[in-house]
Design a protein around this ligand. Structure first.
Ligand code: PMT
Length: 408
């Protein structure tokens, strides 16, 4: 019962995904949580207060000016009661109102009055999610400390495909577990890079590699499950981000470097899993290069910045972890990278073995530090990520004077 004794105030706003909230309440209660539901007026079009009252075993609140309900537990008491305010689904309208600090209905008032963490699970049409106004509101909320869970990508109720689906109830519950159950990395801010980078030759072609992002996304999920507040800087991949992780999407190595360096000062931990392209074309042609011109055959390349080395160069007390993709002399080459790039730990995978490394679901790594090596035999990328997370947690714990720069 990981949520035993935890009090969750679930705000439900008006989207089709509201029909999943009875299942969400059941799962939260099955983990031991006490759940009180606040239903917005438009949410009541999709799910009834009667159903939510039955599954939560508590009266459902809908109105700020309900004298009887206020007499039982006033809205300020309700705001104090909650260990977590969770809004699922959170509509575009709800995100806008939270970002503005509105206080003209029960849920928005509670969000202003609570000192507990607030998590939102957005759900909306993909164009609404990608609209600059929503992007702005979500950025504002993140800056205010609101935790954004998802959304997932996929087929939507409107028939379109894209980002904007609410995470499934079990994914939301896993994220809530991570938020409310302190893990070994609770209070730590961590950044992970994942996926490939793409270096444009012209508007049609680019240089890249086989990275799918799976190992990096698994790493971000494992760190978040251990309690870290994770920022994932991701190259182009087609994966759903882990719940509760902030994602910054980039394309090129230079964009990845900029995204990393803009946020690195506040990070306690950096894990570079991305397969950053080592070189980029010196110039990207503005028009598609014609085969007959011969230009494609003689592309001048320049070296990309080394992101993990740049992070390590400014690291102070930050723990910096790299990955190494090798095809021969794996341990010797990894040791060389560990020292040359100034890393604390490097996980080397032998990518000449087609059953591990790029693209698949499995990996096998050797963790190399200045003190020695530890091999983790072939297993899922998620297990590899969990083992590396355990190692990171013990390395941080061993640094007695380690400062956690910013608790959640
Ligand atoms: O994404 P998947 O399909 O799941 O595959 C996983 C993986 C094989 C990509 C992953 O396990 C892995 O090995 N990642 C590192 C790949 C890599 O670029 O290795 P490298 O030996 O070239 O680089 C060493 C380290 O320097 C890495 O931490 C890398 O992120 C970093 N680097 C490299 C070049 C560069 N310009 N900047 C960097 O930060």
């Amino acid at each position: 019962m990981p949520l035993a004794g935890k009090r969750i105030l679930l705000g439900v706003t008006g989207g089709i995904a509201a029909y999943k909230t009875p299942a969400l309440v059941r799962l939260l209660r099955a983990e031991g949580a006490d759940v009180a539901v606040v239903l917005s007026r438009s949410a009541a079009q999709f799910v009834t207060a009667t159903t939510l009252q039955a599954v939560s075993n508590r009266p459902v609140r809908t109105d700020l000016f309900d004298a009887a309900a206020e007499a039982a537990m006033g809205h300020i008491e309700l705001a104090r009661w909650a260990d977590l305010v969770l809004i699922a689904p959170a509509t575009a309208h709800c995100l806008m109102r939270l970002a503005q600090g509105a206080a003209d209905d029960l849920l928005s008032t509670l969000c202003l009055a609570t000192t507990s963490p607030i998590a939102v699970a957005p759900a909306m049409n993909n164009r609404m999610w990608l609209h600059p106004a929503t992007v702005r509101n979500v950025a504002r909320l993140r800056a205010d400390g609101v935790i954004v869970l998802g959304p997932a990508s996929g087929e939507q109720a409107c028939g379109e495909v894209g980002p904007g689906r609410m995470l499934e109830p079990d994914e939301i519950v896993r994220a809530v577990d991570g938020l409310l159950t302190p893990g070994p990395l609770t209070g730590i801010k961590a950044m992970v890079t994942a996926g490939p980078t793409r270096e444009p030759l012209d508007p049609v072609r680019y240089i890249s590699n086989h990275s799918s992002g799976k190992q990096g996304y698994a790493m971000a999920a494992a760190l978040a499950a251990a309690g870290a507040q994770v920022t994932l800087v991701s190259g182009p991949v087609s994966l759903t981000p882990p719940a509760g992780v902030d994602v910054v999407s980039v394309t090129t190595a230079c964009e990845m470097l900029d995204a990393v360096m803009a946020r690195i000062a506040e990070q306690t931990l950096f894990v570079g899993v991305a397969a950053v392209a080592d070189y980029r074309p010196a110039r990207a042609a503005p028009q598609k290069m014609k085969k007959r011109s011969g230009a494609v055959r003689a592309v001048e390349l320049v070296e990309n910045p080394d992101i993990v080395a740049a992070v390590a160069a400014t690291k102070g007390k930050r723990l910096v972890v790299g990955f190494a993709a090798e095809t021969e002399d794996t341990i010797a080459n990894a040791r060389d990278k560990l020292v040359r790039k100034g890393l604390d730990l490097i996980a080397v995978n032998d990518v000449s073995d087609r059953t591990i490394g790029f693209e698949g679901e499995h990996n096998a790594v050797t963790l190399v530090t200045e003190d020695g090596c530890e091999h983790i035999a072939r297993t899922s990328k998620h297990e590899i990520a969990r083992a590396i997370t355990d190692r990171i947690a013990s390395m941080l714990a061993a640094r007695g004077d380690f400062e956690i720069p910013s608790a959640r």
